[in-house]
Structures are given as structure tokens and as C-alpha cells.
Design a protein around this ligand. Sequence first.
Ligand code: F6R
Length: 243
Amino acid sequence: MEVVIVPDAKAGGELIAEAMAALVRRKPDALLGVATGSTPLPVYEALAAKVRGGEVDASRARICQLDEYVGLPAGHPESYRAVVLREVVEPLGLSEASFMGPDGSAEDIVAACEAYDRALAEAGGVDLQLLGIGTDGHIGFNEPCSSLASRTRIKTLTEQTRVDNARFFDDDMEQVPHHVITQGIGTILDARHLVLLATGEGKAEAVAQTVEGPLSALVPASALQLHGHATVVVDEAAASKLK
Ligand code: F6R
């Protein structure tokens, strides 16, 4: 695992956007896996600026989602489909057709999860998967004790993650879904390159456990230790508990 310490979130965003742009220059129809939440926003802003500035032609790039809430009505502004369309797909000038994600409003959620894993494989697999990390070490919504071999499936959010995400739902816990579909840890490990971005002191303990702790289902992000090409990009605050 490679650890890159950058001065701040903006520098992390720029570094990862350049890695994505370089990938797309080499492989114009690359499948880029994106995360939601606050951390990756500087990446998407920097990548969109490169597209606007003509540094990279991303018109054939494909985007796929890491996870999705279950039970939000289609088109809900905080569904991850809507978020990724707004924050990634549209700013990159891509169409909805270049974007895939799990169907969180499907009647048969188990079938929707299996269909998503199949669709990712049929698309040739994810070339670069961007990840954030939860304060409890989750990646995607694989909370502590998730199987390190898990595939895409429905999961129950921990109370801590629901509290962390309430800010996207007017701080109203009633509105925060209890369930999500998430790529499993095994599914995430199938991507050719994993890039985890963590910023801020609140992530320092989870980062230290991920990078220097033992491989453990108690810290799902420690599964990155199993991957042959994993890059952890951290700002100085998030790196503050590394030895
Ligand atoms: C979201 C996701 C989550 C977030 C994590 C950190 O798609 O996969 O694992 O990356 O909860 O969220 P932020 O970046 O908001 O701190």
C-alpha cells in the first residue's frame, strides 16, 4: 500500500484528479468508481476543471457508483444516483447513459445487488475506485464486521453512520435511511486500482488502523492491505496518528 501525505484536501483532490485524468488519457473508456460524501468533492471539482480546460477528454469515460440508499423515492436529491449525477456526471459533461449504479428502489433488492455485481463484471471491471473512509473505518457502507470477501448486498447502517449522514437530510434523523446497497469488500477489491482519500483529524484514527493496524473485519478499510495496487491519500490532519 502506498501512502501519500498532502498538505490539504485541495492538494489531495488535485493529485487524484490527475491520476484519473492520466488513466482516461491511456484508456478513454475507463470505468471510474466514485464515492459520495464530502471528502471526494475536491477530486470531482479538480477533474471537471481539467475537462473544461481541455487537459483531458473524458467524453468516453464511464462512471459507477459504490453504494446507494435503499427506499428513497426515485429522483430523491440525496439518493446517491442523484448526488453522483449532480457532482460527477454532469460536471464532466457526461450523459446518464455513461453511468451505472445499484437500484435502491428495486422490489427485489437481493436480485438488484446480484445484477449490479454482474453489470460491473460485464463492463470489464472498475479501473480506478475512489473511496472515502468512515470514522469507524468503513469503506462503501461495509461497516465493521463486514466479511472481507463480501459481494454487493444490502446492509444496515450503524447509528453512528446515520448520525454522520444526517447533515444531508436537514439534520433530521427520521429522514435518514436505515439500509443501503453497497459494493462488498470483495467487489471493491476487484477494482484494478484503489484510491482512498481521507482528510481531517476526525479520520486520523481510522487511517492509522487501516494503514498500520492488523488486517481485520473490525476495520473494513484494512482490506486495502490485501490489494496489489492501493493508494491512500491523506492530508496532514488525517495522517496525524500515523507512526
Ligand atoms: C459514500 C461512502 C462512504 C463515505 C464515508 C466518508 O459513498 O462510500 O464510505 O466515503 O462515509 O464520508 P465523508 O467523506 O462524508 O466523510
